[in-house]
Design a protein around this ligand. Sequence first.
Ligand code: ATP
Length: 595
Amino acid sequence: MAVHAWSGAAAAIGLVLRAAPVRLITSITLGFAAGAAPIAASWCLKRLLDRLAAGETGLGWLVAGLAVAGLGTAALPHLASFVRNAANRATAVLALDRLYASVDRFPGLARFETPSFLDTLRLAQFAGGVAPGRIVDGGLALLTAVVTVVGFLGSLLVLHPVSALLVLAAAVPVLLAELALARRRAGMYWRIGPAQRREAFYASLLGEVRAAKEIRLFGIGALLRSRMIAERRSADAEQHRLDRREALTQGGLGLTAVAVAALCLLWTVQRAAAGSLTVGDVTLVVAAIAGVQASLASMAANLAGTHEQLLLFAHYRAVLGAEPELPVAAEPRPLPPLGHGIELRDVWFRYDDDHPWILRGVDLTIPAGASVALVGANGAGKSTLVKLLCRFYDPTRGAVLWDGVDIRDVDPAELRRRIAAVFQDYMAYDLTGAENIGLGETAALDDRPRLVLAAQRAGVHDALAGLPAGYDTLLSRAFDEEGGVGVPLSGGQWQRVALARALLRDGAELLILDEPSSGLDPESEHDVHSRLRRYRAGRTSLDISHRLGTARDADLIAVLDDGVITERGGHEALMAADGAYARLFRLQAAGYQLS
Ligand SMILES: Nc1ncnc2c1ncn2[C@@H]1O[C@H](COP(=O)(O)OP(=O)(O)OP(=O)(O)O)[C@@H](O)[C@H]1O
């Protein structure tokens, strides 16, 4: 634990040093000065009073010293906090950047489906922004308090050693109690994490337009709201329990501090009355007791606060230090230009050990330059197979081979550069039309002719060109648009934009289309289908569709049933075989017959 704390503190300081070195050093200097100023003020006051009592004159320099020290006591903490705030903001930016760079580096999807990781990530988001700054702040405040305590304790030891020891002894339980409270608080943040994430989930549903239709139609707003409030209440109850414990502990500690101060004061006054202390000594003892107690309390609170931030910062470091959830080859093999094909060889897959098998020994080859249609019932595992091709997960058994090279041996980023895909759950970004397409290949973001060509291939050019600001129209009403209005697209238009995004990747060697036309009207579907047929000629593609009419002209049709390829071949051959494909095809065709 101690090692963790030190390495955590070192990492936090390293981060601040990297983000704002000058401001950090300035803060340290100001912290020192702010700690020394009250001691200087107390000594000036003691000297002044003693000399006044002795009837001396010409004390102007002492008054001036007192004024300067007073000014320092009042102003330096504010100046230090101004500099620290600036350093903290710079640190938070760097921490945020590093956190999301790490999240982006996870090659697969499994982490985003692991609740404990999501809890860690939530705390990391919170801690990354504030913890490094607070840890350094805590350290600086500690430094200030140490300077003050040492200075005042030195003064007390000279004048009244018993008080010094008493005050110091009384500080030990304060420190221990604060540390214990800090640990509890950090533990509480972890425990309430799931409830807070569920609360955020309900809150986002209640505040987003996509959910608003169903919420209103089904009248489920009150239900969702009550669930959100219940989650908040359960988190609040945990916090309340801790607050109560804190209040009791700190009340007790406050009483002890008052008792110790009263005892010391009584003793000092008695000694002054007996003539062994001067009036100046009494003021210095009073100031020293108050100063030491306040500084020790602040030290304890700071230590505890820093300890708590270190525990939270551990979550940030856990995300940054997390190993990739998919093994990444130390020396990745180069991915050859696709010459033969992509083979799934005896692929078995389940999402994890507690989940059922989804693929149970799939053998399928997508020959280079050929179009393969994958058909099958809902839940058969088609989209799962696509995720394995993109290596978002690894097969539990078996392998995916790209021209004979196991894709586990290549750099995932390189593999993905070779693939263009429209996923079934494609994204609709709250960005402009041009950006929504350009994200398919960021190098082409500003290449308008290429964006237009991709949009034309996907049959969405006219829709985008006809918007108030053409391709530069924001496809959302979530943000205010300067000099124009945001226009969301229809479902089918969005689907074509997603298709355009994939088609922008002209150089991709494998094109994956998972239900690319499910939302299109018959005419659009026919139109998109004809365009895709032309586009796909000579390219390697995997097309998933429930509309068997669009699958029929693929070079190869494979039927996936309950995780196994049960039929494969051309349309005519499969129809002649009279298996499941033929039955489904006839069923669908019958739906279009006039009775
Ligand atoms: N991330 C996941 N974690 C656990 N199980 C999952 C996950 N994604 C999908 N599944 C399960 O895998 C099974 C296959 O899903 P998949 O999406 O691959 O089917 P599909 O053939 O594409 O279906 P559809 O035709 O409805 O799109 C489903 O039973 C689903 O519950």
